[in-house]
Write a protein of this length. Structure first.
Length: 86
Protein backbone atom coordinates (compact mmCIF):
# COMPACT_ATOMS: atom_id res chain seq x y z
CA UNK A 1 0.00 0.00 0.00
CA UNK A 2 1.32 3.41 -0.99
CA UNK A 3 0.01 6.44 0.86
CA UNK A 4 0.64 10.03 -0.11
CA UNK A 5 -0.63 13.56 -0.18
CA UNK A 6 -0.64 15.93 -3.14
CA UNK A 7 0.64 19.50 -3.01
CA UNK A 8 -2.99 20.64 -2.95
CA UNK A 9 -3.68 18.51 0.14
CA UNK A 10 -5.52 15.49 -1.29
CA UNK A 11 -4.65 12.32 0.64
CA UNK A 12 -4.57 9.12 -1.38
CA UNK A 13 -3.81 5.44 -1.04
CA UNK A 14 -2.84 3.14 -3.88
CA UNK A 15 -2.84 -0.61 -3.45
CA UNK A 16 0.16 -2.57 -4.66
CA UNK A 17 -2.20 -4.51 -6.93
CA UNK A 18 -3.36 -1.30 -8.63
CA UNK A 19 0.22 -0.43 -9.56
CA UNK A 20 0.79 -3.95 -10.89
CA UNK A 21 -2.41 -3.98 -13.00
CA UNK A 22 -1.81 -4.75 -16.67
CA UNK A 23 -5.04 -2.99 -17.67
CA UNK A 24 -3.71 0.20 -16.04
CA UNK A 25 -0.55 -0.14 -18.11
CA UNK A 26 -2.61 -0.56 -21.28
CA UNK A 27 -4.66 2.54 -20.47
CA UNK A 28 -1.55 4.59 -19.81
CA UNK A 29 0.02 3.42 -23.06
CA UNK A 30 -3.04 4.54 -25.02
CA UNK A 31 -3.78 7.82 -23.22
CA UNK A 32 -1.59 9.95 -25.53
CA UNK A 33 -3.74 9.01 -28.50
CA UNK A 34 -7.01 9.08 -26.54
CA UNK A 35 -7.29 11.58 -23.66
CA UNK A 36 -10.75 10.24 -22.87
CA UNK A 37 -9.02 7.34 -21.09
CA UNK A 38 -7.85 9.60 -18.23
CA UNK A 39 -10.97 9.02 -16.07
CA UNK A 40 -10.45 5.26 -16.42
CA UNK A 41 -6.83 5.67 -15.29
CA UNK A 42 -8.03 7.49 -12.16
CA UNK A 43 -10.52 4.69 -11.55
CA UNK A 44 -7.94 1.92 -12.00
CA UNK A 45 -5.32 3.69 -9.90
CA UNK A 46 -7.42 5.10 -7.06
CA UNK A 47 -10.64 3.09 -7.21
CA UNK A 48 -14.14 4.50 -7.55
CA UNK A 49 -14.46 5.94 -4.03
CA UNK A 50 -11.14 7.81 -4.04
CA UNK A 51 -11.75 9.10 -7.56
CA UNK A 52 -15.09 10.51 -6.46
CA UNK A 53 -13.44 11.96 -3.32
CA UNK A 54 -10.82 13.66 -5.49
CA UNK A 55 -13.48 15.19 -7.74
CA UNK A 56 -15.33 16.52 -4.68
CA UNK A 57 -12.05 17.79 -3.22
CA UNK A 58 -11.36 19.72 -6.42
CA UNK A 59 -14.90 21.10 -6.54
CA UNK A 60 -14.52 22.48 -3.01
CA UNK A 61 -11.44 24.41 -4.07
CA UNK A 62 -12.60 25.84 -7.40
CA UNK A 63 -16.30 25.06 -7.71
CA UNK A 64 -15.59 22.46 -10.40
CA UNK A 65 -13.08 19.73 -11.18
CA UNK A 66 -10.75 21.36 -13.70
CA UNK A 67 -9.50 18.93 -16.33
CA UNK A 68 -6.09 20.60 -16.35
CA UNK A 69 -5.74 20.45 -12.56
CA UNK A 70 -6.94 16.85 -12.45
CA UNK A 71 -4.28 15.93 -15.03
CA UNK A 72 -1.61 17.62 -12.90
CA UNK A 73 -2.77 15.74 -9.82
CA UNK A 74 -2.68 12.46 -11.74
CA UNK A 75 0.88 13.21 -12.81
CA UNK A 76 1.83 14.11 -9.24
CA UNK A 77 0.28 10.90 -7.86
CA UNK A 78 2.04 8.77 -10.46
CA UNK A 79 5.40 10.42 -9.84
CA UNK A 80 5.10 10.19 -6.07
CA UNK A 81 4.00 6.55 -6.23
CA UNK A 82 7.08 5.73 -8.31
CA UNK A 83 9.36 7.46 -5.79
CA UNK A 84 7.70 5.73 -2.85
CA UNK A 85 7.74 2.35 -4.60
CA UNK A 86 11.48 2.47 -5.35
Amino acid sequence: MIKGITKSGFKFEISDKALDDFELLELMADVDSNALLVPKIFEKLLGTKQKENLIEFMKKRDGYASTEKMAKILEEILLSSQKLKN
